[in-house]
Design a protein around this ligand. Structure first.
Ligand SMILES: [Zn+2]
Length: 452
């Protein structure tokens, strides 16, 4: 079912990474008022690390985002298991009867129920039902990444993105009131209506996360670019902006396809939600604030291009968004700059440089390293340094190694880390391979700091 969501050139991915990637099966029901989810999750997890694992760790993000997620009837290979919880119940540790050997798999099953917040209190209202729009980010138990820190789980700051996850496959069946429009990562595999209920099955993958939105207010507008269909979902009151968003996204898709390599999926959804962020990225999904659809203006275009660029950097090439936010955010700001250069020429290029200088100026052009964890910055600094100074670092890198080497580097980076997780050291090594030079001084000056 996953091949339909991938452009032909990417279908070989299924054979290449399917054997080890986690496979999630979710079967959920969304309540009539769009504020409760309940259902069942079964996930096949394979140990792709280099040591046996005595436990598997899940994140329950609703418990950090103003909602509530509970898990019952947990099983491991159909045997009952007792989970432990940490980090304000946002971390669920599933003990295994015996350590999972390298290359071996387990099937973990559970029932889960989720209360969705109905106020905008937390993390930009990324997870909330407001004004008849349900934005259901990270609503289900999601397996954490096992990396050099072990199971990597922490409580992220209230600003910045929260998810750090491996590329996986999802088959998700959603039962919802018949009158709402459902939007999700991946493609629709099956759909039927019975009485007041619609049941839609989605196939998504490889993706790091599965996003779902629902609203009776949405109307769909579509446009095709190359091998990908863009769908825009927004209320009728902003129909003209929805068409505009499609045009911005189409230009962005063409720019980034040409510069970095093809967007891998056959579908990309643009969704207007009441988020308090300008926009937020999810695999196969771009959320832009409804407020920007209403106001229009320059930031509407910037936010749309920025979130589309995240499909390359965050979604396909992953990173630890909590500890290395610059790897996606600073690079995506640089990609947005390239969008302005390609779509609007010299004026766009100069204009967006001023925008970035303006961001950095909020921290008085301080030479604070761009490569720190989100928590090391105040919210103000985070915007100024990671979104302002960060893209100016990538420009300095391009000046140092030459634009041609920079273009080749970004294509290589996209291909090398496709479906995988990039690291700051990996990016530096790849850049040094492209210039055949030592970039340590430049990375110290901009990224890591002079502290060593
Ligand atoms: Zn971003």
């Amino acid at each position: 079912p996953f091949a339909a969501g991938l452009i032909p050139a990417e279908r070989a991915t299924l054979d290449r990474i399917l054997p080890g990637a986690s496979v999630y099966h979710l079967d959920i029901t969304l309540s009539d008022d769009l504020t409760h989810l309940s259902g069942r999750e079964e996930v096949r997890y394979t140990n792709r690390e280099d040591a046996p694992l005595p436990e598997v760790v899940f994140r329950l993000f609703p418990n950090l985002l103003g909602g509530k997620a509970t898990v019952t009837n947990l099983t491991v290979n159909r045997q009952p298991a007792e989970p432990a919880f940490r980090l304000q119940e946002s971390e669920m540790i599933v003990p295994l009867a015996s350590p999972l050997a390298v290359g071996e798999s387990v099937v973990i099953g559970m029932d889960f129920a989720v209360d969705v917040p109905t106020t905008a209190g937390s993390n930009y209202a990324s997870f909330a039902t407001l004004d008849g729009i349900a934005a259901l980010a990270h609503f289900y138990p999601l397996i954490a990444v096992f990396d050099d820190e072990g199971w990597n789980a922490e409580i992220p700051p209230t600003y910045g993105d929260v998810v750090y996850a491996d590329s996986s496959f999802y088959r998700v069946r959603v039962a919802a009131p018949a009158e709402v429009v459902l939007v999700a990562s991946g493609v629709e595999a099956e759909s039927r209506r019975e009485g007041g209920t619609q049941t839609v099955t989605y196939a998504a993958g490889p993706v790091r996360d599965f996003y779902l939105a629902a609203s009776p207010r949405y109307t769909r507008h579509s446009q095709t670019v190359g091998q990908t269909t863009l769908h825009s979902y927004a209320p009728d009151s902003v129909a003209a902006s929805a068409e505009q968003a499609l045009d911005y996204a189409a230009d962005a898709l063409r720019t980034f396809d040409a510069r970095f390599g093809d967007y891998p999926f056959t579908e990309l959804d643009l969704i207007a939600t009441p988020t308090l962020a300008g926009g937020i990225e999810y695999p196969g999904v771009v959320v832009v604030a409804l407020a920007l659809y209403e106001r229009r203006g320059d930031f509407f275009e910037t936010a749309t291009a920025h979130e589309v660029a995240h499909q390359w950097f965050y979604s396909v090439v992953g990173n630890d968004q909590v500890d290395d936010p610059w790897l996606d955010e600073s690079l995506v700001q640089y990609a947005t700059w390239l969008y302005y250069r390609d779509v609007h020429g010299a004026t766009g290029d100069a204009g967006f440089r001023r925008v970035l200088e303006g961001y950095w100026n909020r921290a008085q052009h301080a030479d604070t390293p761009i490569g720190l964890p989100v928590a090391a910055y105040t919210e103000e600094e985070y915007g100024a340094i990671v979104y302002g100074r960060g893209p100016l670092f990538f420009d300095a890198l391009a000046q140092t190694i030459g634009q041609e080497a920079m273009d080749a580097l970004l294509r290589d980076y996209y291909r090398t880390y496709q479906w995988d997780i990039a690291t700051p050291e990996g990016l530096q090594q790849l850049a040094e391979a492209h210039c055949d030079c030592d970039l340590s001084p430049l990375f110290r000056e901009w990224v890591f700091g002079e502290g060593e």
